[in-house]
Design a protein around this ligand. Structure first.
Ligand code: GDP
Ligand code: MG
Length: 308
C-alpha cells in the first residue's frame, strides 16, 4: 500500500440524538466490537462511553451520550447535562435521526441546540434499512426540511447492518483536526472492564424484563477474582455483582419463579462477559432493594453517574 500523503487526524466525536435512534448500535458497528449496550428500551446508555476507532487515516474517539430528552427526575437531569457537556468537549458532532419515523419535536430541539454552536456537524439518517424503498425520497425530504439551511452533510446509514458506515467513517475522518493517535491502535474502549461487565448485566436485565423494571435498575460489581483452574483449562474469573432496584415488587420480577428469571439474566450476561474478557466466567448475581436510589446524589456518584 502506498503511504498516504494526507496528514493523520484524530479527535473526539459526540453521537447526539434522541433515545433509541441507534447511537450505541452505531458505536459498536463502527468499532466492530461490543462496547456499548443497546436495547429496544429507550434510555439504556447511562454513563458516557468512549469507544476508539483507529484507521490508517485517523483515530476517532466516539463519545456515546445518553439521549437528549426532557428531564423527569434527578437521573434524567444528569443524562441531559452529560449530553450537553459532551458537545462542549468534542471536535465534531454526529447527529443521529431516525429515518423510519417522521421528524418530531425532540429532533427540532436538538437541531436548534446544535445550530447555536460552531462545531462541524454531520447527520446520520439511521435505520435507513427500515424505510421501504418507495418511501425513501419522502423520508429524505422530510429530514432535509428539518435541517433546512444548516449545510450539514447527510448520510443514509444502517447502524445495525453496517450499510453506509464505511463512507461515514471517511467523511467524519476528513473533518477531524490533524493530530496523532491518542490511544494504542488496538484499544477499543476507555472504560474499565468492571464498568463494561456491569453494563452487560444491565443489558440482560433490560432484555428479559420489560415495563416496570428497566428504568430503575443499576448494577454494582462487588468483586472480580481469579479462581484456580481445576484441570488444564484457562483459570476462571469469578464475578460477584448486585442488581439494585427501587421496589420490592421489582426484586420479585427480577428473581422470577424459583429464581428462573435471575438465572436467565445471569446466563446471558455470563456468555457476554466471557467474550469480553476472552475466558471462562463464573457469575453470581444478587438483587437488592434500595428505595429511591435514582434521587440520591451520593448513590448516583457511587454508581458512576458523575456530576458534570
Ligand atoms: P440509543 O438509545 O440511541 O443508544 O439506541 P440503541 O443503539 O440502543 O438502539 C435502539 C434500538 O434500535 C435497538 O433495538 C437497535 O437494535 C435498533 N437499531 C439501531 N440502529 C438500527 C438500524 O440502523 N436499523 C435497525 N433496523 N435497527 C436499529
Ligand atoms: Mg445508547
Amino acid at each position: 500500500m502506498e503511504a498516504s500523503s494526507q496528514p493523520y487526524r484524530s479527535g473526539f466525536v459526540a453521537l447526539i440524538g434522541r433515545p433509541n435512534v441507534g447511537k450505541s448500535t452505531l458505536v459498536n458497528q463502527l468499532v466492530g466490537d461490543k462496547v456499548a449496550i443497546t436495547s429496544p428500551v429507550a434510555q439504556t446508555t447511562r454513563n458516557r462511553l468512549r469507544a476508539i476507532l483507529t484507521t490508517p487515516e485517523a483515530q476517532l474517539i466516539l463519545v456515546d451520550t445518553p439521549g437528549i430528552h426532557k428531564p423527569h427526575h434527578l437521573l434524567g437531569e444528569r443524562l441531559v447535562q452529560s449530553a450537553r457537556a459532551a458537545i462542549g468537549e468534542v471536535d465534531q458532532v454526529l447527529l443521529l435521526l431516525e429515518a423510519c419515523e417522521a421528524p418530531g419535536g425532540g429532533d427540532a430541539f436538538i437541531v436548534n441546540l446544535l445550530r447555536q454552536q460552531r462545531l462541524p456537524v454531520q447527520v446520520v439518517l439511521n435505520k435507513w434499512d427500515l424505510v421501504p424503498p418507495a418511501r425513501k425520497p419522502e423520508a429524505d425530504a422530510a429530514y432535509r426540511e428539518l435541517l433546512d439551511g444548516s449545510h450539514w452533510p447527510v448520510h443514509h446509514c444502517s447502524a445495525l447492518d453496517g450499510q453506509g458506515c464505511a463512507e461515514l467513517v471517511t467523511a467524519v475522518s476528513a473533518l477531524m483536526p490533524e493530530g496523532p493517535q491518542l490511544y494504542p491502535p488496538d484499544m477499543v474502549s476507555d472504560q474499565p472492564e468492571r464498568l463494561l461487565m456491569a453494563e452487560l448485566i444491565r443489558e440482560q436485565v433490560l432484555t428479559h424484563t420489560r415495563e416496570e423494571v428497566p428504568h430503575s435498575v443499576a448494577v454494582q460489581i462487588d468483586r472480580v477474582e481469579d479462581m484456580p483452574s481445576k484441570g488444564k483449562g484457562k483459570p476462571r474469573t469469578a464475578v460477584l455483582a448486585t442488581v439494585l432496584v427501587e421496589r420490592k415488587s421489582q426484586k420479585g420480577i427480577l428473581i422470577g419463579k424459583g429464581g428462573a428469571m435471575l438465572k436467565t439474566i445471569g446466563q446471558g450476561a455470563r456468555l457476554q462477559m466471557q467474550t469480553l474478557i476472552d475466558g471462562p466466567v463464573y457469575l453470581e448475581l444478587f438483587v437488592k432493594v434500595v428505595p429511591d436510589w435514582r434521587s440520591k446524589p451520593a448513590r448516583l456518584a457511587e454508581l458512576g453517574y458523575a456530576e458534570e
